[in-house]
Design a protein around this ligand. Structure first.
Ligand code: IPE
Ligand code: IPE
Ligand code: MG
Length: 244
């Protein structure tokens, strides 16, 4: 099992259009699917699941759609709290949370606080998230540490810099799934995706079922992750750790 699966949940609008429904109905079905997939990922024993729910660029959408998305998010979090608590799921958030509507921030902080002791699974929502914004925020954080004398820029390494990212408490994603047939990352986890396996499917998010998650994981398991080494080197390592 991949330890960390991250999903770009795309295609709610197109799914709705194909079914003669409003975009809002597409987003409602999208939220239903969040429930289904988070549950399935938990049953599969995936330790970390990260969902791209709202990007910094999504503010450019019509006001009515943005506010509908915010309100769906608020309702989802409130409804889901019991389920998270019962199943030992801790909620984590990445993104500029301070720019979300006040009521959403309050629900988020409340849910994070109530689930903070849980460790069965970490559910991370990327909200008002953008990788470039994250990098700027990390640089600002790092330079303030240098100014305070807590870091020495001559010793900057990846470990230090990545501890300034929103994802400082998460492992890098092993598998990134994008639904809806688009072949792009849309400003999602650009640095953390350095060695992620990426899986694209034509299915829109509301129709991406647990069986499709399983297909994505099977595909992931058929790949060889070489991290710059040769295939032969990887086979040697595998041989040395697997019982004869
Ligand atoms: C994903 O579905 C949901 C969000 C980005 C919030 P879209 O709303 O982007 O659906 P399409 O891409 O228009 O079909
Ligand atoms: C990516 O989807 C963002 C989320 C899934 C939240 P978009 O629909 O915003 O991406 P683009 O605009 O097609 O690249
Ligand atoms: Mg889209």
């Amino acid at each position: 099992m991949p330890e960390h699966v991250a999903i770009i949940m795309d295609g709610n609008g197109r799914w709705a259009q194909r079914h003669g429904k409003s975009r809002l109905e597409g987003h409602r079905q999208g939220v239903e699917n969040v429930r289904r997939i988070v549950k399935a990922s938990r049953n599969l024993g995936i330790q970390h699941i990260t969902l791209y729910a709202f990007s910094v660029e999504n503010w450019k959408r019509p006001k009515s759609e943005v506010s509908a998305l915010m309100s769906l998010l608020n309702i989802y979090l409130k409804k889901e709290l019991e389920e998270l608590l019962q199943n030992g799921v801790r909620l984590n958030v990445i993104g500029r949370i301070e720019d979300l509507p006040k009521n959403v921030q309050k629900t988020l902080l409340d849910t994070i606080e109530k689930t903070k002791e849980n460790s069965q699974q970490i559910l991370t929502l990327a909200l008002n998230y953008g990788a470039r914004t994250e990098i700027l925020d990390a640089v600002a954080k790092y330079t303030s540490l240098v100014a305070a004398g807590k870091e020495d820029s001559a010793e900057l390494d990846w470990e230090t810099f990545s501890s300034c990212l929103y994802t400082h408490n998460l492992p890098d994603p092993d598998l990134i799934i994008r639904t809806s047939g688009e072949h792009r990352l849309s400003n999602f986890l650009l640095l953390q995706a350095a060695y992620a396996e990426i899986y694209f499917t034509q299915l829109c998010w509301p129709e991406f079922l647990p069986e499709h998650l399983l297909e994505a994981i099977e595909d992931y398991n058929s790949r060889e992750r070489r991290y710059g080494q040769t295939g032969e080197q990887i086979k040697e390592v595998k041989k040395s750790i697997s019982p004869a």
